[in-house]
Design a protein around this ligand. Structure first.
Ligand code: ZN
Length: 126
């Protein structure tokens, strides 16, 4: 979620600098992927939810930036169905998906705490 939150500000901040914008967003995405891979495969479902979250955020940005659907029927979506409203719904979907993923990761981490303690040779520090 944090990575996805970077995309809209970077997009607008570097609007007139497409190369820098592309490099910046690509670097953040690559670092996010590294973080996901290093989490391990025991949290597959949570990682898939994180991917869904990314799709929701990216779709929201795409809808908002593309002014969809009002660009196709100007004036028809001024009150309901405006791209800004769709953007907010997709942000909510992304946030809820992220929450669900974090809950699954927490549960997964707590379930595997015994093996983690065995690997680290130390008790859980609370
Ligand atoms: Zn808004």
């Amino acid at each position: 979620m944090i990575t996805s939150l970077f995309v809209p500000p970077i997009y607008y901040a570097f609007l007139c600098h497409p190369t820098a914008r592309c490099l910046y967003i690509s670097a953040i995405t690559a670092l996010d992927l590294v973080a996901i891979v290093t989490l391990g495969w025991g949290a597959h479902i949570a990682l898939m939810l994180e991917a869904v979250m990314g799709v929701a955020y990216a779709s929201g940005v795409g809808v908002y930036v593309g002014r969809i659907p009002e660009r196709w029927r100007p004036g028809e979506f001024d009150l309901v169905g405006h791209s800004h409203q769709i953007f907010h719904v997709l942000v909510l979907v992304g946030a809820l998906t992220h929450y669900a993923a974090m809950k699954m990761l927490l549960d997964w981490r707590l379930r595997s705490m015994t093996s983690c303690n065995a690997l680290c040779g130390a008790g859980f520090v609370s």
